[in-house]
Write a protein that binds this ligand. Structure first.
Ligand SMILES: C[S@@+](CC[C@H](N)C(=O)[O-])C[C@H]1O[C@@H](n2cnc3c(N)ncnc32)[C@H](O)[C@@H]1O
Length: 280
């Protein structure tokens, strides 16, 4: 029984980095005329209200999109992301936040396709309503990790797979790596973006080691932390591990990650990592 609801966390510092990187990958895919296919293995409800309900419980968005919203000194890639969220809100008030499905949808051309997986029975209904009958998009009420292999390789032979679990179940850490290896065997040229939280650093070390030993090449890691590591409860940092990233991604993220760590870090404790986990 799944209890995780992303609405508590929407627009927080982790979503900021995740969605900036997602937008960068989508912009890169759109540069070529050839169609692409995207798969979101853990789609969530598609969009979030920030002015009511769960988001107001801990107000996590305030130390994320909320802190960037009114600034006029944003570095280019952050400004690009904030403008995207402003267009989504259609007003100067920050009251809504798009999830990955609606961000990806915005980049689809008529020839592109998007496959969304969501397991939670409430979230799947919200998701279906949010994407609102679009012939380019297929929504599955199913386990993304178990079913994604059936879609690979996509006919387009170009595309991105976003893997964004909540890591509610500890076995998710092993499962994502096993699935990533299987996916990569079927579709070695795809771009894979795997989100991870830092709650207990030893689990991240294990995850990174497993990727380094997997045989998968061309892997970069981008991490943003707002507090130093702790053994107590709660996420202090999070990041994205990207397989086959756009070739400009590392340089682009280098331009903004120190700034984000400075602005979103709590009491000056912001930190970041940009690393090539495995070379080309
Ligand atoms: C972190 S949230 C997704 C957020 C979303 N990708 C975004 O960026 O807006 C993770 C979602 O995965 C769902 N989930 C958990 N395990 C899953 C699985 N095995 N397959 C599909 N969805 C799953 C949860 O119900 C939750 O809605």
């Amino acid at each position: 029984m799944l209890s995780y609801r992303h609405s508590f966390h929407a627009g927080n510092f982790a979503d900021v980095l995740k969605h900036i990187i997602l937008i960068k990958i989508l912009e890169h895919l759109k540069k070529k005329d050839k169609p692409f296919c995207c798969i979101d293995t853990h789609a969530g409800p598609g969009e979030y209200a920030l002015d009511e309900g769960y988001a107001l419980k801990n107000r996590e968005f305030e130390n994320g999109i909320g802190k960037l919203w009114q600034r006029d000194d944003l570095p280019d890639s952050v400004a690009n992301y904030v403008n995207f969220i402003k267009k989504f809100n259609n007003t100067d008030e920050l009251s809504r936040y798009p999830g990955s499905p609606l961000i990806i949808k915005q980049f689809l051309r008529n020839k592109d396709r998007l496959f969304l997986y969501e397991l939670h029975s409430t979230e799947i209904e919200l998701l279906s309503a949010a994407v609102n009958r679009d012939r380019r998009i297929k929504v599955f009420h199913a386990d993304g990790l178990k079913n994604v292999l059936g879609l690979l390789p996509p006919n387009e032979h170009r595309g991105m797979i976003l893997i964004d679990p909540s890591y509610e179940i500890k076995s998710d850490y092993n499962l994502v790596i096993e699935t990533l290896i299987q996916m990569h065997k079927r579709f070695a040229t795809g771009t894979y973006a795997l989100w991870y939280p830092v709650v207990e650093r030893s689990r991240n070390k294990h995850l990174e080691k497993a990727i380094k030993n997997s045989g998968i090449k061309n892997v970069q890691l981008f991490e943003l932390g707002i507090k130093t590591d702790t053994h107590e409860h709660g996420m202090t940092a999070s990041g994205m591990i990207v397989v086959n990233p756009p070739w400009t991604l590392a340089a682009d993220i280098q331009q903004i990650l120190p700034w984000l760590a400075d602005v979103l870090g709590i009491d000056g404790a912001g930190l970041y990592r940009i690393e090539t986990l495995v070379g080309e």
